[in-house]
Design a protein around this ligand. Sequence first.
Ligand code: UT7
Length: 329
Amino acid sequence: MKRPFAMLTATAHAVPKRVFKNDEFRSIGVDTSDEWIQERTGIRQRYIAGPGETLTSLSTEAAREAMAAAGVTAPELDAIILGTASPDRLLPSTAVEIQAALGATRAVAFDVGAACSGWLYGVQVAEGLIATGSYETILVIGGEQLSRIINWKDRNTCVLFGDGSGATVVKKATKGRGILSAYMRSDGTLADLLQRQKGAGAAPITPEIIAEGSHWITMAGREVFKNAVRSMADASDRALDGAKLSAADIDVMIPHQANIRIIEATAKHANIPMEKVFVNVDRYGNTSAASIPIALSEAMKQGVVKEGTTVMFVAFGAGFTWGSMVVRF
Ligand code: UT7
């Protein structure tokens, strides 16, 4: 059996109403500046969930739009896969909540825990399910409400992240169009560099944990940065090798939107000019698993990605997890 087995069809996204600009951090007592954030990360603003906005509500909104564009109804979905690191509840999965909200009665629904690589892992799991011949139509969502799991007093992390959700309908490939190469890697020996150390099974939540804030995200920024650049370079090489293509064959690169400097280093390594790289980290911040599908949704709406476009996706996140795909739309 040979690729492509699966193709990405419609993609849509949803974000909270509230825009939070860099300047606003000072007003909540964070010692930072718009200048620092823009220079070190490229971020100008991010969206932050308000009361009543949840991962389920945002993801359901994105899913409905993607399904309408793909001409797919809820009962036709065979599976719903949600990549997330910030579920609405620790139990059950948020995917089953989305299933219920959509009325996708036949779909098997589950979350994928791969942090910022969650959507990319989810698409590759969907591809595998479709390759079995038992699944035809799968909704893959990358969604986060990171604003609810960051420490709003920690300037090393709170300026970086944003909320949102992106949903893609994955179907059986039609001739020549679809996923041409797919690559996933993990390295759990580096898990401590980007984590929520306590507050779950190994260290259940206590008043002490809440007081010290060890249930929030912590990150060794410089180490994560170096690993992100190295791993995304590796992943972009694998994507091209797997698809037997060269950099010149790629029309658009959609990397995980963590930091403009990481994006630029990845593009440089892959020999893809920045004009071909889709960037929206300036408006959304790092939305983890949602970042690639939000970017893909915007790229499709703008006509940057359309039928015939060859796209390289590259992701990296906590774990560490990383991976890539080349897709012909
Ligand atoms: O989604 C995948 C996972 N995440 C990432 O890929 C993020 C990877 N890391 C990064 O993007 C960067 O490491 C950061 C943006 C987090 C930090 O940039 P950096 O250039 O690596 O800065 P740094 O950590 O080396 O810190 C430089 C200085 C420090 O001050 P000193 O020790 O040199 O006096 C920090 O305390 O900047 C200080 N700093 C800040 N200053 C103002 C750190 N955060 C801030 C802040 N505002 N928000």
